[in-house]
Design a binder for this molecule. Structure first.
Ligand SMILES: NC(=O)c1ccc[n+]([C@@H]2O[C@H](COP(=O)([O-])OP(=O)(O)OC[C@H]3O[C@@H](n4cnc5c(N)ncnc54)[C@H](OP(=O)(O)O)[C@@H]3O)[C@@H](O)[C@H]2O)c1
Length: 255
């Protein structure tokens, strides 16, 4: 069985959507490379997934900073093969209106959500093509399609990621590589809002206050798993996914 397993690389696999995706792809029979900056969390997840998923393939933890070309090059150099790349590393910083926004926050968001996607995709593309059945899954956001007040920096970065995703599908049309965008609405993950509000747990908790059932990381992992397990001639272009109680970023039913 080991020889026929495909390899999936998941960036930002140390928490939230990335961790859930790594677990789910292991359960779907992939060898999984979990990549992020916090190595100790990745090592713990590798151990946990190995125990939780009977018959899991190879699981590997790789330290990766998508804002560092050297780090991305090291990931690519250590990878014998790659069939699926899930560009998930990213996130938001701050929610200030444009009038008060800090360009440094915007720079970090662009570096992570857009240039990170470019660096990792570019580095792994030869392996994705060589696999004969490659697939790039980009985790963008509803914020990449619908602007909202206070969201400009994150909106801009995710809109850019959406554009890159679309261009990739055009450019790779004659290659054996599928390109899928997954654009989630509100997902209650442990760290997304905590990072956005710079560790302010109270403010982070308010984001999900009264929301009966936001999406959870496993819901997005489910979308990834579905897209990558379609027959290889089927390209799922984009999945927009929101909790039932959300209609758009600023229209959320709270109880
Ligand atoms: N939660 C939501 O509501 C939501 C909605 C739509 C889209 N998204 C998108 O979904 C993705 C995952 O979000 P999440 O909710 O799971 O957030 P999260 O729990 O904060 O996870 C973000 C992941 O990205 C990694 N990361 C951040 N900067 C990195 C860097 N420079 N290099 C490598 N890895 C980096 C983090 O790991 P390390 O810190 O260990 O590096 C972490 O594993 C993001 O792209 C986010 O924008 C989230």
């Amino acid at each position: 069985m080991g020889g026929v397993r495909k390899t999936a690389v998941v960036t930002g696999a140390s928490s939230g959507i990335g961790a859930a995706t790594a677990r789910r792809l292991a359960a779907e029979g992939f060898n999984v490379v979990l990549a992020a900056r916090r190595r100790e969390r990745l090592d713990a997840l590798v151990e946990q997934i190995g125990k939780e998923v009977p018959g899991a393939g190879r699981l590997a933890a790789v330290t990766l900073d998508v804002t560092s070309q050297d780090s991305v090059d090291a990931l690519a150099a250590g990878l014998p093969a790659c069939h699926v790349l899930v560009n998930n590393a990213g996130g938001a910083i701050g929610m200030e209106p444009v009038a008060e926004a800090d360009p440094e926050d915007w720079r970090v968001m662009y570096d992570t959500n857009v240039l990170g996607l470019l660096r990792v995709t570019k580095a792994l593309l030869p392996k994705l093509i060589d696999s004969g059945d490659g697939h790039v899954v980009n985790i963008t956001s509803l914020a990449g399609h619908v602007p909202y007040e206070g969201g400009a920096g994150y909106n801009a970065a995710k809109h850019a990621a959406v554009a890159v995703n679309e261009v990739m599908r055009l450019e790779l049309v004659d290659k054996p590589v599928r390109v899928t965008e997954i654009a989630p609405g509100m997902v209650h993950t442990e760290e997304f809002s905590l990072v956005r509000f710079r560790g302010d747990a109270e403010r982070a908790a308010k984001v999900y206050e009264g929301v009966p059932e936001p999406l959870v990381a496993e819901d997005v992992a489910d979308c990834v798993a579905w897209a990558v397990t379609r027959p290889s001639h089927v390209n799922i272009d984009r999945i927009d996914v929101q909790p039932r109680v959300q209609a758009t970023p600023y229209k959320i039913h709270r109880v």
